[in-house]
Design a protein around this ligand. Structure first.
Ligand SMILES: Cc1cc2nc3c(=O)[nH]c(=O)nc-3n(C[C@H](O)[C@H](O)[C@H](O)COP(=O)(O)OP(=O)(O)OC[C@H]3O[C@@H](n4cnc5c(N)ncnc54)[C@H](O)[C@@H]3O)c2cc1C
Length: 545
């Protein structure tokens, strides 16, 4: 029977669900508080990184991966410890998601015309024991065309379909559930807006609406732009919540629908689990409020806390995001420092975000070769080096430390103390053996061709007369790991743990499935993939497949 399905949120998870429902012959009404030009939500801005297991690209790079290895990595990272309660569906989702990433995801993406860039990244390398956090092998696949390349097939499919209706500037403020059945949605109609995609749009209300619904999917994203909510839910285990964070997501990622859903009787779980990066820099050309960009670093920069103490394993660039976040927050400061050489910047600095990678986003092979294999950093990295507020450089370490103190506005960094740590590190570069785990990791990384070619600089000394660079790193908000609890069909549970008839949730608002498929931590590229998987599951659940 043909159904009319209402979807709140035009991000990737909503678009995937809509596409699959339309393919199955149903009608879709999609609402979003933002204007039409913002369709695609956060995914448009993303790097398009996708977690896949045993893919064609991995095999091309001679990376041996398997379902068992990936599941082990996931469980070591997730550390599910609420199995009787909040994690009961999350763990089932994790197992199903690894199965999807290993056996179905690549085929599905191909069926939508989505391809990968010919590079393979190694995110979240771990750095602790085998049973702990991290990817044992490189699994980070970059969508050809980055975020825009990922959303385009879904946006085009929906907009071209006669059974698709899009209602922009519709902001949902209430949902009605009666006797475990979804009944209606209520909200504001906001004034039209022609702001550029991603920029904050007006919140002036020109009317209200009240719609009866039989089947509803909530796909409204997380809380990354709501710093009050982040602080409120901040887990004590990560230390003190940062006083100041920069914002890694557009303002529309306001988390409002989580409270709206909870107030209507929906069960939220794992609110204290979240994923913020530690390598944020202030954008020289901001699009949204307090706009930050994340550096996706290679492994060689030296990482110091605000008082100039070098971090130890596993707090190396690109190894264990949440452990490093905890280490930084426990210092009592909300920032840290990279110290590096020009050679490291050229080879290892990649910026997250579609607009920061115009070669990959524009699918321009010539430009990719020029940007990634040349002796310079990419154009966008060079731009931050000259125009970014967080970069300083000098011809020697003493001058660099003085500039770092100036930038921080205090005198916390002591030249002699930092010099000693860098000298001792340099001493370890002289031979192929090393007791410094970061250098051992770098040597290991260079066994992987992808790293050797474009991601890991040849180990070298810092204090041999080279130009030195320092970057002040802010905590940058991004993802919500907990959320609405759902079963494997993305159907929503009520506070009294019963399924609600007609109500589904997918993407970040549902903790990417089950209310927390990632547990405490993530392997990267799993968020966009989680939107695809949970969006698909919602559509299949509604279709009864
Ligand atoms: C810069 C950047 C880089 C990233 N890179 C990666 C990456 O490489 N790999 C990866 O896996 N992930 C990445 N991510 C994360 C990923 O993009 C997001 O987690 C994902 O796109 C979230 O999609 P979603 O469908 O759940 O929600 P969203 O994309 O947040 O969409 C939600 C939509 O709901 C609308 N909405 C919210 N509340 C209401 C309401 N009350 N009424 C009506 N509409 C509402 C919003 O306006 C929005 O359009 C990145 C994110 C960013 C910002």
């Amino acid at each position: 029977m043909k159904k009319t399905v209402t979807i709140i949120g035009a991000g990737l998870s909503g678009l995937v669900a809509a596409t699959e429902l339309l393919k199955a012959g149903h009608q879709v009404v999609m609402l979003d508080q933002e204007p039409k030009q913002a369709m695609g939500g956060q995914a448009f801005w993303s790097f398009g990184g996708l977690f896949l297991v045993n893919s064609g690209l991995q095999r091309k790079f001679r990376v041996k991966d398997s379902y068992e290895l990936a599941l082990n990595d996931w469980l070591g990272t997730a550390r599910f410890d609420r199995l009787e309660d909040e994690d009961v569906w999350a763990k089932k989702w994790a197992e199903a998601y690894i199965h999807f990433a290993c056996f179905e995801k690549e085929k599905y993406l191909k069926s939508m015309g989505i391809k990968f860039a010919p590079v393979l990244g190694w995110a979240e390398r771990g750095g602790s024991n085998a049973e702990g956090h991290g990817n044992s092998v490189p699994r980070f696949h970059i969508t050809w065309g980055t975020g825009p390349g990922l959303i385009e097939p879904f946006v085009s499919y929906c907009l071209a379909h006669q059974d698709f209706r899009f209602l922009p500037r519709h902001q949902v403020t209430d949902i009605t559930i009666d006797h475990h059945q979804i009944k209606a949605i209520i909200g504001n109609i906001l004034e039209p807006s022609d702001v550029e995609r991603g920029a904050p749009s007006s919140r002036t209300v020109i009317d209200t609406f009240n719609m009866d619904v039989e089947t509803l999917i909530i796909t409204t994203g997380g809380i990354g732009a709501n710093h009050e909510l982040i602080k409120q839910n901040w887990p004590g285990r990560l230390g003190k919540a940062p006083e100041h964070m920069i914002q890694g997501v557009p303002d529309s990622t306001d988390g409002r629908m989580l409270k709206v859903s909870e107030d209507a009787g929906v069960r939220l779980v794992n609110k204290d689990r979240m994923w913020h990066y530690t390598e944020g820099i202030r954008n020289h050309t901001p699009i949204w409020n307090n706009h930050g960009i994340r550096i996706i670093p290679g492994p060689s920069s030296l990482w110091f806390d605000a008082e100039g103490n070098r971090f130890t394993a596993p707090d190396y660039p690109g190894f264990d995001t949440l452990h490093t976040l905890e280490s930084i927050c426990k210092t009592g400061y909300d920032y840290s420092w990279f110290v590096l050489t020009e050679d490291i910047m050229k080879k290892e600095f990649v910026l997250s975000g579609s607009e920061q990678n115009p070669d990959l986003t524009g699918k321009d092979y010539k430009q990719i070769l020029k940007e990634r294999l040349s002796s310079h950093a990419t154009g966008p990295v060079e731009k931050f080096r000259t125009d970014g507020a967080d970069f300083v450089e000098a011809d020697n370490l003493e001058e660099l430390i003085s500039k770092m103190n100036q930038l921080a506005g205090d005198d916390l960094l002591d030249y002699e103390k930092i010099k000693k740590q860098v000298e001792l590190r340099d001493l370890q570069v002289d031979n192929p053996f090393s007791k410094d785990p970061q250098i051992t990791f770098i040597n290991g990384a260079r066994h992987f061709l992808g790293d050797k070619l474009i991601r890991t600089a040849k180990p070298h000394k810092f204090l041999d007369g080279r130009k030195l660079i320092a970057v002040k790193l802010h905590i940058i908000s991004r993802k919500t790991l907990g959320g609405i609890q759902t079963d494997l069909n993305s159907q929503v549970f009520s506070k009294d743990e019963q399924l609600i008839e007609g109500l589904y949730a997918a993407g970040e608002v549902a903790g990417f499935g089950g209310g927390g498929v990632h547990g405490y931590g993530a392997l990267e590229g799993t968020f966009l993939g989680g939107c695809i998987f949970s969006g698909l599951r919602a559509a299949r659940g509604i279709c009864g497949k």
